[in-house]
Design a protein around this ligand. Structure first.
Ligand code: TXA
Ligand code: MG
Length: 340
């Protein structure tokens, strides 16, 4: 199959909408990351998503809509606090999980009785949903386990020849996936931290559960929150906060890459800071692209500096922990790794 690269124009949207209506796959930008979209009301079309991504099994995918009313047509129950969240955060990086209606195929929800829905804050995503005249089911447009794509070039690197088209609209502004919240539980529970900070959700909901997603063993509450979800080829180690600078001497820096927050460190073969001015929004927007770059350099290891766990920093740290093999610590004699 040849993958068409479509301009993000009215004509591009018309062609993409037709592909979705015909049961095909179109990768498209959202404000968070690129999604791999199919008609959410067709089980066969959604099955193609899993083939293209090479997912070993069916995970539930997010359904994208162009208005709250379209979401309400897919949920069987809409409590007042769902309306309050949609009012405050849509369009935007917040995915809401509620009981589904029968018209949502089981493959979309991997057999769960609930469906996760969001309204993206991106003109091309909304334009595609409108052009397709259907809700669009879409996971992130990467091969299974890989970093989420924040540019159409990332999509083409992994999925060219496996999907019908990509709407080529350049980088995505938020850069980290949506926050997923379940309103089926009491109190509501954050299943995945993401582009909508927990602090803002608490303003609307009051009490909120946000358990750390790193659960050893047992079924994950939300499959995408699996411990090793992002798998860079290069082993990545998260540095213990507050490491003394002398410790650097003991790392094989000439073979390692450094993923810093505000600064990089001397002696590493390659280093990059996510945001020199310490802005978490900028750091989130650049995170996956920087990780991809470091992973492409054939380094022995990537060492990553923690970011502050507040605002979007919670989502960045979640991704870093799930991409990492453990925490690197230094003492007087050696570098040692504590497995997470
Ligand atoms: O920002 C985003 O959310 C991007 C863009 C494309 O919208 N999408 C995305 O999709 O990150 P994906 O498939 O990579 O992650 C979807 C997450 C997974 O953690 C999945 O387990 C969870 O949402 N999810 C989907 N449906 C669910 C459901 N019914 N119950 C619980 N979790 C669900
Ligand atoms: Mg994903």
């Amino acid at each position: 199959m040849e993958t068409r690269v479509l301009e993000p124009t009215a004509e591009g949207l018309r062609v993409a909408g037709q592909i979705v209506r015909d049961g095909g796959l179109v990768a498209f930008p959202t404000e968070t990351v690129y999604g791999l979209g199919a008609n959410a009301l067709s089980a066969e079309a959604v099955a193609r998503i899993f083939e293209a991504k090479g997912r070993p099994r069916f995970d539930p995918v997010i359904v994208h809509v162009a208005s709250p009313a379209e979401a309400e047509a897919l949920w069987s129950e809409v409590p007042p606090r769902a309306r309050a969240l949609m009012e405050r955060f849509w369009p935007g990086p917040l995915t809401i999980v509620l009981p589904k209606r029968d018209l949502v195929p089981d493959i979309v929800t991997a057999g769960l009785p609930t469906v996760a829905i969001r309204m993206p804050d991106h003109p091309i995503a909304l334009g595609l949903i409108r052009a397709a005249e259907r809700p669009i089911a879409a996971p992130s447009a990467n091969r299974f386990g890989k970093a989420s794509p924040t540019h159409h070039e990332h999509v083409l690197e992994e999925l060219s020849g496996r999907i019908d088209a990509v709407l080529a609209a350049g980088p995505t502004p938020v850069g980290i996936e949506s926050t997923v919240i379940s309103l089926v539980e009491e109190p509501p529970r954050v299943l995945r931290p993401g582009g909508t900070p927990l602090e803002l959700l608490r303003e609307v909901l009051g009490e909120l559960r946000a358990d750390p997603p790193l659960i050893r063993g047992g079924p994950a509450p939300s499959p995408g929150t699996m411990r090793r979800h992002y798998m860079p080829r290069t082993p990545l180690f998260l540095l213990e906060p507050g490491l003394p600078e002398e410790g650097w001497e003991r790392l094989p820096r000439e073979r390692c890459g450094y993923l810093g927050f505000t600064t990089t460190k001397r002696g590493f073969r390659y280093g990059e800071a996510l945001s020199e001015r310490g802005n978490l929004r900028e750091a989130a927007a650049r995170f996956f692209a920087v990780l991809r770059k470091l992973d492409s350099l054939d380094l022995s290891a990537i060492v990553a500096e923690p970011v502050p766990e507040e605002g979007l920093g919670v989502a960045i740290m979640d991704r870093l922990k799930r991409a990492s093999q453990g925490i690197a610590r230094l003492n007087a004699h050696a570098v040692w790794i504590k497995r997470l």
